[in-house]
Write a protein that binds this ligand. Structure first.
Ligand code: PMV
Length: 320
């Protein structure tokens, strides 16, 4: 083994349309954003395997101490890569992330993808992107129980993807030169697993009513992909607004999220919607590249965290 230290990074994501509907097989569209998680991995002279996360303020010697719940997904990744490589020495795995945790921006998936890629390089395991994505999915199952797989996929491949459980993912060509995405935090914590099971249980109770809403969301995602390719910001905004209405219909909005969505729209955004599981977390707005500051300023009046995020073409990368 020649390299003794490797840094890999992977992007967070925003779901542009189709969240929740994706859980029952409809397509969703996600974009990688410019915020990234980094894994810095190195070999050690002793046999300790240490994982630490600067953001979570946690450090574990995973082969000698009980593993804390927060580090369990990463411990799975590290142990798997160690097994696949046959490496028997010590390791240091440090995580640093620009992606706000538990925000719906795919922080856990980005951390896992970066970690698999960094160890793959350090330990010469020879995995391709597809394998990296699959191992990160295993870690996501530990975090989210029944994830659709959209987060680890977009974090691995970058750009914009259309994802469905039936057909997997395909890259969507996009022209984002005319718009900015603005994310605003409701400040309300949310739990993706709980929101997903609430929506599934609503579906079980009213299948005939919800089925057409799901079908409509699937058609909307396909229309959205065509608008992205044209860079048609007006259509993108309208479709995001319709998608927000569908998400409200399945019960994942609340007063604060509605306030954020409406303040974005009335201050000039072409469209705004919940992004991710809802019940709290973030909204995403789309605004013209020449006038987005007004939307940012208005959102700041009722949100403590407003982020302007460009779409990132880059997926997982080895940085040095
Ligand atoms: O909470 P987030 O942003 O990671 O989004 C969850 C998206 C859902 O469609 C609600 C669930 C899933 O696994 O796709």
């Amino acid at each position: 083994m020649s390299k003794r230290r490797v840094i890999a990074s992977a992007p967070g994501k925003v779901i542009l349309v189709g969240e929740h509907f994706v859980v029952r097989g409809e397509p969703a569209i996600a974009a990688a954003i410019t915020l990234r998680a980094r894994a810095i991995v190195s070999t050690r002279n002793d046999n300790d395997i240490i994982i630490s996360s600067e953001d979570l303020g946690i450090k574990n010697v995973i082969n000698k101490e009980p593993i804390s719940d927060e580090l369990r997904p990463l411990a799975h990744v590290v142990n798997k890569l160690v097994r696949l490589s046959g490496y028997t020495g010590g390791l240091e795995v440090k995580i640093k992330s620009e992606i706000p945790p538990a925000s719906g921006m795919g922080s856990s998936a980005a951390v896992s993808v970066a970690c698999v890629a960094a160890l793959n390089e350090l330990l010469d395991v020879g995995l391709g992107l597809n394998d990296i994505c699959k191992i990160a999915y295993e870690a996501e199952v530990i975090v989210h129980k029944k994830p659709s797989g959209i987060d680890n996929t977009i974090s691995t491949y970058g750009g914009v993807i259309m994802f469905s459980k039936r057909s997997g993912f395909k890259r969507i060509p996009f022209d984002s030169s005319s718009f900015k995405l603005i994310l605003a935090d409701s400040g309300i914590p949310r739990n993706t697993g709980v929101m997903v099971s609430n929506v599934l249980s609503l579906y079980e109770r009213y299948p005939e009513i919800l089925q057409p809403i799901y079908r409509s969301a699937g058609i909307l995602a396909n229309e959205f992909a065509r608008a992205l390719e044209r860079g048609d910001i007006v259509a993108l905004g309208e479709l995001m607004n319709i998608n927000h209405g569908l998400l409200s219909a399945i019960g994942v909005s609340n007063k604060k999220l509605e306030e954020l969505v409406y303040i974005a729209r009335t201050s000039g955004a072409k469209g705004a919607k919940i992004t991710g599981a809802g019940g709290g977390g973030f909204i995403v707005a789309i605004a013209d590249v020449d006038s987005y500051e007004q939307v940012v300023n208005s959102l700041k009046s009722i949100s403590n965290r407003v982020i302007v995020a460009d779409i990132s073409k880059e997926g997982v990368l080895i940085e040095d």
